[in-house]
Design a protein around this ligand. Structure first.
Ligand SMILES: CCCCCCCCCCC/C=C/C(=O)SCCNC(=O)CCNC(=O)[C@H](O)C(C)(C)COP(=O)(O)OP(=O)(O)OC[C@H]1O[C@@H](n2cnc3c(N)ncnc32)[C@H](O)[C@@H]1OP(=O)(O)O
Length: 394
């Protein structure tokens, strides 16, 4: 059932392929907003606008759009209920049927509202960090800037708590490779909005390729190994500016950073067992070394969430700052670091880290292979399904 659900969640074949691209902030649908009435012309314009969307609004929104369109044009659901194995049509039927006897005019209005909020939500997400032209960076999920000797890689999916979708994994690898060669002295990873990152985007599990879940898990393990490898091999001082809560892989990777500065609002949570998964990011090796095996097991096996102060006491975080002065204090410090001789910093990092590199790559390979098996387990499938169907959060 879990597998069928996951296949259904992101099966996209029914949607025009031009829209099967990337993430997009999902918006609230105000089903009972009836104050203004959309004209037939407004509705037709909205329908055309949807066809021109360049980015995928996500399956939930697409289902809402589908259902509202059908309701607005045909009235209450009049299709026979599809069989349980006809997953895609069943999802569409469910969405339409859920609108019950909503009047056609209200459905039309809600459709128009939804389409217009899709555009405004895109604007608002880019307003979280003003002054940076996203397009100029060439990244969809990151904002990358370089000044004062610092390359800043900012995770930029604030409406999704900076969850790492497949595109973001690729873009981070690309940004790290570029930063390793640019003329900056240090590189910083941080998050836009209230979260540092909520970890792996759980919808990564839903886009099942023709080769099935085994192929998905195999590709996931290859991607993860390459991704973590970029952190192991990164040659310059790599600093995390943890602006808010951090979850999953965004926490485990911290063991590979050279300094970790955290706001006192940040928390550090690795709920792998809750998710039927196992540690990655070399944390099965770095965490016991950093904080002792028993403390590592508390986090990685029992999912204990640490406050910033606790993470600092355990050696995972270098220093904690009050949230009110966090950005100012940290960036002042980083600018000073960036003025130090770049080659000296690079060579010193190399001599400290290189001894462990081979071991870290071996750990990374082993963790990815174990996770590949975990992703196929019922425990993992059920946990992901529970999150996606909004039955559970961390
Ligand atoms: C076979 C698979 C191949 C995969 C590809 C390879 C990938 C390598 C994988 C590496 C292994 C990594 C492991 C991990 O990182 S484990 C940790 C995973 N993260 C979670 O479990 C967090 C889940 N999120 C939550 O529990 C809550 O969202 C959270 C506590 C973080 C915040 O709660 P809050 O109530 O404040 O906010 P919302 O829940 O309303 O979130 C706002 C929107 O953001 C979406 N969201 C948040 N986190 C995630 C996530 N991790 N994945 C997907 N979406 C996320 C959330 O759904 C909301 O979206 P909507 O507004 O659209 O509803």
């Amino acid at each position: 059932v879990a597998m069928a659900y996951l296949a259904w969640r992101l099966a996209q074949r029914w949607w025009p392929s031009s829209l099967q691209v990337i993430s997009f902030p999902v918006v609230q649908l105000h089903l009972n907003r009836t104050a203004m009435r959309a004209s037939q012309k407004d509705f037709e314009n909205a329908v055309n606008q949807v066809k021109l969307l360049k980015k995928d609004p996500g399956n939930e929104v697409k289902l809402k759009l589908y259902a509202l369109y059908k309701q607005a044009t045909e009235g209450p659901c009049n299709m026979p209920k599809p069989g349980v194995f006809d997953l895609i049509n069943k999802a569409k039927w469910d969405a339409w049927n859920a609108l019950g006897s909503l009047p056609k005019e209200t459905a039309r209005q809600n459709y128009v509202d939804l389409v217009s909020s899709l555009s405004s939500s895109l604007e608002s997400s880019s307003q979280v960090e003003p002054g940076t032209d996203r397009k100029s960076t060439g990244y969809e999920t990151l904002m990358v800037t370089s000044e004062d000797g610092i390359t800043k890689i900012m995770l930029n999916r604030p409406t999704k708590k900076n969850a790492l979708n497949v595109e973001m994994y690729h873009e981070i690898m690309h940004a790290l490779k570029a930063a390793s060669k640019d003329d900056s002295a240090i590189t910083v990873l941080t998050g836009n909005g209230d979260y540092y990152s909520s970890g792996n985007d759980l919808t990564n599990f839903t886009d099942i390729p023709p080769g099935g879940v085994e192929e998905k898990a195999k590709n996931g393990a290859i991607l993860l190994r390459e991704f973590v490898g970029c952190f192991i091999d990164f040659p310059k001082p790599l600093i995390a500016v943890v602006n808010g809560p951090a979850v999953g892989i965004s926490v485990t990777l911290l063991g590979l950073f050279d300094a970790v500065y955290a706001s006192d609002r940040a928390t550090f949570h690795t709920p792998f067992s809750h998710l039927g998964q196992s540690p990655e990011g070399c944390s099965s090796y770095t965490f016991p070394k950093i904080m002792s095996p028993v403390k590592a097991i508390e986090m990685l096996v029992f999912g204990k969430k640490l406050t910033a102060g606790e993470a600092c006491a355990q050696g995972l975080v270098t220093e904690v700052f009050p949230d009110s002065t966090f950005q100012k204090e940290v960036w002042t410090r980083l600018k000073a670091f960036a003025k130090l001789p770049a080659n000296a910093m690079r060579i010193s990092k190399e001599i400290i880290r290189n001894r462990e590199k081979e071991k870290l790559h071996a750990v990374n390979a082993e963790e990815c292979s174990v996770l590949q098996g975990r992703w196929l387990s019922d425990e993992c499938m059920n946990a992901v399904m529970n999150f996606l169907s909004r039955k559970s959060k961390l």
